[in-house]
Write a protein that binds this ligand. Structure first.
Ligand code: NAD
Length: 259
C-alpha cells in the first residue's frame, strides 16, 4: 500500500485499546486516516488515541450496546464529518467452561460482543454510507476459530463462525452499492486475549508450543495482522469482497489427522 494512501479517510476501529485493534489504529493512522478509537475500557482507548501520530479521538463504548454503537458513530461524525472505513475488531473469548456446564447467559454474552456487536457495527456503517451517499469498506476480525470447530471455547468458536456469515451476507447486500465487507482471520498472536487461553501441554503459557505446529513455526504479531486488515479496508483490495483472509502462519491449512 502507498504510505499515506488513506489520507482524507476516517476509520473507526473497535477494541482498539489493546492488541490487534490497537495495531490496526496505528497502521491506519500511519496510512493517513483519522482514527476513532473505540473500546469498552476508556483508559485503554485514550492511550491508543494519544499514541497514534495523526488525528484521533477515543470513545468509550460497549459494542454489544445499540445506544453505544450509535454514540460512537455520532462522535465520529461530529469530529470528522463521516466514516469511510470500519474495522469491527472487538471480541472476547468468554469462559473456558466445557459444553455441558456452559451457561446460556455466558453463551449470550460471547455472542453479544462477537456477533451482535459486529452486526450493530455493520448496520451503523451501512447507515452512515447511505447518509453520506458514498461507499465505504468494512473489515471484521474473524479467527482461525471461524474455520474449525473446537470442544474448548465453544461459544467463541460458534460466534466466530457467525462472523463469517455476517461477512458473506453483508457483502451480498453491499456489493451492488459498492460497499466491500471482508474479514481477517488471525491465528496465534500474543495479546491479552490469547494470554488467557488454557494450556494444551499443562504449562503456564504454551502459546509458542501451539505456534510451533504451524507451517511458519511461530506466532504472529499484531502489526502483521494490521497489515492485512488495512489492505482489506483500503482501495488496494478494490476487487475483494465477502472474503475471510487467514493471517495465521498457515495454521488453517494443517491437516491434524495426517501431519
Ligand atoms: P485484546 O484482549 O488484546 O483486545 C481486545 C480489546 O477489545 C480490549 O481492549 C477490550 O477492552 C476490548 N473489548 C472487549 N469487549 C468489548 C466490548 N464489548 N466493547 C468494546 N470493546 C471491547 O484481544 P485481541 O487479541 O487484540 O483481540 C481482538 C480481536 O482479534 C478479537 O475479535 C479476537 O477474537 C480476535 N482474534 C485474536 C487472536 C489472537 O491470537 N490474539 C486470534 C484470532 C482472533
Amino acid at each position: 500500500m502507498n504510505s499515506r494512501g488513506l489520507r482524507g479517510r476516517t476509520a473507526v476501529v473497535t477494541g482498539a485499546g489493546s492488541g490487534l485493534g490497537r495495531a490496526s489504529a496505528h497502521r491506519l493512522s500511519e496510512e493517513g486516516a483519522a482514527v476513532v478509537v473505540v473500546d469498552i475500557d476508556s483508559d485503554a482507548a485514550e492511550r491508543t488515541a494519544t499514541e497514534v501520530q495523526g488525528p484521533a479521538i477515543a470513545v468509550q463504548a460497549d459494542v454489544s450496546s445499540e445506544s453505544d454503537v450509535a454514540r460512537y458513530m455520532a462522535a465520529a461524525l461530529d469530529r470528522f464529518g463521516g466514516v469511510d472505513l470500519h474495522h469491527l475488531n472487538a471480541g472476547i473469548f468468554g469462559d473456558f467452561t466445557q459444553l455441558p456446564d456452559l451457561s446460556a447467559d455466558e453463551f449470550d454474552r460471547v455472542m453479544g460482543v462477537n456477533v451482535r456487536g459486529s452486526f450493530l457495527g455493520i448496520r451503523a456503517a451501512f447507515r452512515e454510507f447511505r447518509r453520506a451517499g458514498a461507499p465505504g469498506s468494512i473489515v471484521l476480525t474473524a479467527s482461525i476459530a471461524s474455520l474449525k470447530g473446537s470442544a474448548d471455547l465453544f461459544a467463541y468458536h460458534v460466534s466466530k463462525h457467525a462472523v463469517v456469515g455476517l461477512v458473506h451476507s453483508a457483502a451480498m447486500y453491499g456489493g451492488p452499492l459498492g460497499v466491500r465487507v471482508n474479514a481477517v482471520a488471525p491465528g496465534i498472536v500474543p495479546t491479552e486475549l490469547f494470554r488467557a487461553a488454557p494450556s494444551v501441554a499443562g504449562g503456564k503459557n504454551d502459546m509458542e508450543l501451539r505456534a510451533s505446529t504451524t507451517p511458519l513455526r511461530r506466532a504472529g504479531t499484531p502489526e502483521e495482522i494490521a497489515a492485512v486488515s488495512t489492505f482489506l479496508l483500503s482501495d488496494e483490495s478494490a476487487y475483494v469482497t465477502g472474503q475471510v483472509y487467514a493471517a495465521d502462519g498457515g495454521a488453517s491449512i494443517v491437516n491434524t489427522v495426517r501431519p
